[in-house]
Design a protein around this ligand. Structure first.
Ligand SMILES: Nc1ncnc2c1ncn2[C@@H]1O[C@H](COP(=O)(O)OP(=O)(O)O)[C@@H](O)[C@H]1O
Ligand SMILES: [Mg+2]
Length: 418
């Protein structure tokens, strides 16, 4: 059970050490010799597990909730004490065993004697008996466990990040850094005549969540050259769930051809005919943002009315999954959206963390900030999360704390890899 609950986090790792100790036969025998009941021991273990279950969530939440941070500090202290206690027990248990081995030549009666004297003698170094110390430990863990609900801590990764709201085509370009090269490459494609035999080319942007796919698609959608080239444009956020009817309506609405009657209708046939007719022979640009594997299964049917659009019409699809681009027969090569460059990450971070994006007044924060930005591994969403978190915070220690918290940076990235 412990293994299931223990994540990769540092605290969990030290808990794992504790559990291993608790399970070792020396410690078990010794504790039994001390007349510690098994139930006391399992109580200790249950308390440890209760705390362990919410550690992942707590490690995320500590940065936004001071009470959680405080709680984690207590957890750390208590776990160190628990480790010390078990260390002492293990050492004493070993000493006992060795002494018993030493005497093994002199007859079994004597060995038994020596073990039982040892077990009954309170250790000189121990201020109080093992039993009372284990009980005290359980009490401390109980207090910590009791605070879990109050702090809103949940097992596992805790609350998922709030779902991201549907995208629109609007973007504040002054806040976008980098991506010039891939943008120009894609614009060239958008302006070119169709390369595939499909009447409407599909062009893909593939990258992990938070990599900036939507942002890049927005840049393309709003580029003047693109605006001039296409007669009709529609931006549709597809996201996780998608329904053919809903998407067809959204496209109709996007190109400004949906009547209230259309929006009420669930008649796919009528909607498709209307869309087909509305596209006429016009050059049409459609962005399908955030298409998941489930969503792309509808593509076959969604595309039929689009085939009536004019020559040079394009669909830009953004997705986390190359398979989606394949199923939608996007023209090769797919545009794999990699990391934002270190310098662009820093610009983005600086822009958010410092007043007016000006880091020059805080040179001591700048070097820490650069390292924090670098730790985000080129993921704009992570850079933004950290930059906003440190916004107008001028205490160097707070910055260092974030920098040193490897666990957190690792977790943030893990979230978006899903
Ligand atoms: N080049 C960039 N410069 C600045 N911010 C960016 C850049 N790319 C993405 N972002 C920001 O990072 C976050 C995630 O980007 P988004 O385009 O939504 O990613 P995706 O669509 O790949 O999940 C957004 O808040 C966006 O504004
Ligand atoms: Mg997106």
């Amino acid at each position: 059970m412990a293994l299931e609950l223990v994540g990769g986090a540092f605290l969990s790792a030290s808990l794992q050490v504790l559990f291993d100790r608790l399970a070792s036969s020396e410690v078990l025998n010794f504790i039994r010799g001390q007349k510690l009941s098994d139930s006391l021991l399992s109580k200790l273990k249950i308390k440890l597990l209760t705390v362990d279950a919410v550690l992942n969530h707590a490690e995320m939440k500590q940065f936004t909730d001071p009470a959680v941070k405080e709680w984690l500090l207590h957890v750390k202290g208590t776990l160190y004490d628990a480790e010390d206690l078990l260390d002492e027990i293990a050492t004493e248990a070993l000493r006992c065993k060795m002494e018993a081995d030493d005497h093994s030549q002199t007859g079994s009666a004597q060995v038994w004697n020596s073990i039982s004297t040892w077990v009954k003698t309170p250790f000189v170094n121990y201020p109080s008996s093992i039993e009372s110390r284990v009980k005290e430990m359980i009490g401390k863990l109980e207090d910590l466990a009791q605070a879990i609900d109050k702090l809103g801590l949940k097992p596992g990764d805790g609350e998922k990040l709030p779902p991201r709201s549907p995208s629109t085509s609007l973007v504040d370009e002054s806040c976008v850094f980098g991506r010039n090269e891939i943008k120009e490459e894609m614009i060239k494609r958008l302006l070119s005549d169709n390369v595939s035999t499909n009447k409407i080319d599909v062009i893909s942007i593939v990258g992990m969540g938070g990599a900036g796919k939507t942002t890049l698609a927005q840049l393309l959608y709003n580029d003047v050259r693109v605006k001039e080239r296409f007669d009709l444009k529609a931006w549709v956020c597809v996201s996780e769930e998608s329904l053919l009817v809903r998407l067809t309506k959204l496209i109709l609405e996007g190109i400004g051809c949906a009547t209230p009657f259309d929006m009420q209708s669930d008649n796919l046939d009528l909607l498709q005919l209307k869309l087909k007719g509305s596209l006429g022979d016009k050059k049409f640009l459609l962005v399908l943002d955030d298409v998941w594997e489930k969503g792309c299964s509808e593509w076959d049917r969604l595309r039929i009315p689009l085939l009536d659009a004019g020559k040079g019409s394009k669909v830009v699809v953004t997705t986390r999954n190359t398979k989606v681009a394949e199923v939608m027969q996007a023209v090769h090569p797919h545009h794999l959206l990699g990391e934002l460059s270190a310098e662009d990450c820093w610009s983005l971070f600086k822009n958010l963390a410092f007043e007016n994006g000006d880091s020059t007044t805080f040179p001591q924060l700048e070097s820490i900030g650069r390292k924090i930005a670098a730790k985000c591994q080129g993921l704009p969403l992570a850079v933004k999360a950290l930059g906003s978190l440190l916004h107008s915070k001028v205490d160097k220690r707070e910055w260092e704390e974030i920098l040193e918290s490897e666990i957190w940076a690792g977790k943030i990235l893990k979230f978006f890899h899903r």
